[in-house]
Write a protein that binds this ligand. Structure first.
Ligand SMILES: NC(=O)c1ccc[n+]([C@@H]2O[C@H](COP(=O)([O-])OP(=O)(O)OC[C@H]3O[C@@H](n4cnc5c(N)ncnc54)[C@H](O)[C@@H]3O)[C@@H](O)[C@H]2O)c1
Length: 349
């Protein structure tokens, strides 16, 4: 064997963007959204098994870079993700990500993947999971405000999991809305491009806000929110970056992923530190009721939590075996004798 050939111990399965695209199209977007919704629900149901922490952020004027670690004692996972709303104007994605799973027993990585596409899928599946527990029964119409990279995934998850039939769209950029109308044609979802956010929320059972702007934005004001509605607020996910007027938060029953992180990053950063919230896992395990009345306003203050990424990575890993949706890359240094790292270096001579 030539000295530069990596051993089996050096190799880690890697899913490139191209392979993730092939993976998603092979299994089908809606099938994956449904299966991910079930997988995330199952992992939220074993909430206490996870070693959890609010994500670690590096803030700058234009954006944020975050590391999202979590472990269930057997497997460790983390995602690297950024959020730069100004990127879009420069032809770059607002959100890009990559993720890794490792064995807790050895610390050795077992999977490395692109996670930009996977983040859009897991965020949409998490929204569907929350809406299934909180939205009014028989919800068929959703308003979708912010028609960027996440938008179609949000719409398709709500269709696949809840049976949403109509999506009323609004974005400050009509081209973004036109893109969603185009991408969802033939999906079975009826789309309607609206001239304002006020028009978009008319008759909606669910309002999803999915905008990107690095400020305390007011995408929804209190008068736009009718009794009985479920709000799925995706885009307020960073200190100083929110979407809802404070009054909406004040009169909603607020559900969050992991309260210590959401208090820093979510819509509830506008509220007092002891503002009452319910963690979703408590609803999913039947410990706390979700929707309790027809006039109740439920708000899922989504920021994105590490367990959702852990689940998504584990889900992909589970489907890779025997497939050609990955390649093995030489990621781990593997000297012939563990302490002879310097000796291994000489192999490359
Ligand atoms: N909660 C989570 O788990 C999670 C996960 C991924 C992304 N996000 C957040 O979701 C948001 C959307 O992400 P994306 O990747 O789709 O971003 P994107 O930049 O691709 O799209 C954002 C869209 O919002 C529109 N917009 C901005 N201000 C608006 C306003 N006032 N009214 C209507 N539309 C407006 C923009 O024109 C753009 O089309 C971002 O803020 C991102 O950080 C949250």
């Amino acid at each position: 064997m030539p000295l530069s050939t990596p051993s089996q111990k050096a190799l880690v399965p890697f899913v490139s963007v191209e392979n993730m695209m092939r993976f998603v199209l092979h299994f089908g977007v809606e099938t994956i959204l449904k299966e991910l919704t079930e997988a995330i629900t199952a992992d939220f149901a074993r909430w206490q098994e996870f070693d959890k922490t609010p994500r670690i952020a590096c803030h700058s004027r234009d954006g944020v870079i975050e590391l999202m670690p979590v472990s269930d004692g057997r497997t460790y996972g983390f995602k690297y993700v950024n959020g730069h709303p100004k990127n879009m104007a420069e032809g770059l994605q607002t959100v890009t990500a990559l993720g890794l799973l490792a064995e807790v027993s050895t610390g050795y990585p077992v999977l490395l993947t692109e996670m930009t596409l996977l983040t859009a899928l897991r965020t949409a599946a998490t929204s569907a999971m929350a809406a299934r527990a909180l939205a009014p029964k028989g919800a068929r119409t959703m308003a979708l405000i912010g028609n960027g990279a996440q938008a179609e995934f949000q719409a398709l998850a709500m269709k696949a999991v809840l049976g949403i039939e109509r999506v009323r769209l609004y974005d400050i950029d009509p081209q973004a809305t036109a893109k969603v109308v185009r991408n969802l044609s033939g999906s079975g979802i009826e789309t309607l491009a609206c001239a304002s956010s006020h028009a978009a929320v008319e008759g909606a059972d669910i309002i999803t806000t999915c905008t990107a702007d690095k400020q305390y934005a007011t995408i929804l004001t209190d008068n736009m929110v009718a009794a009985g509605i479920h709000i799925n607020a995706i885009g307020g996910d960073c200190p100083g970056k929110t979407e809802l007027h404070r009054d909406i938060v004040a009169r909603s029953d607020v559900f969050v992923e992991y309260a210590p992180q959401t208090r820093i990053e979510g819509e509830i950063q506008q509220m007092e530190p002891d503002f009452a919230v319910t963690e979703l896992w408590q609803v999913l395990t039947g410990q706390t009721p979700g929707r309790t009345g027809e006039r109740q306003i439920t708000l899922f203050d989504s920021v994105g939590f590490a367990i959702e990424d852990f689940t998504a990575l584990s889900y992909v890993r589970g489907k890779l075996e025997g497939s050609d949706f990955y390649q093995e890359i030489d990621l781990i240094a593997d000297p012939d004798e563990p302490r002879d790292l310097f000796g291994m270096l000489q192999r490359a001579r």
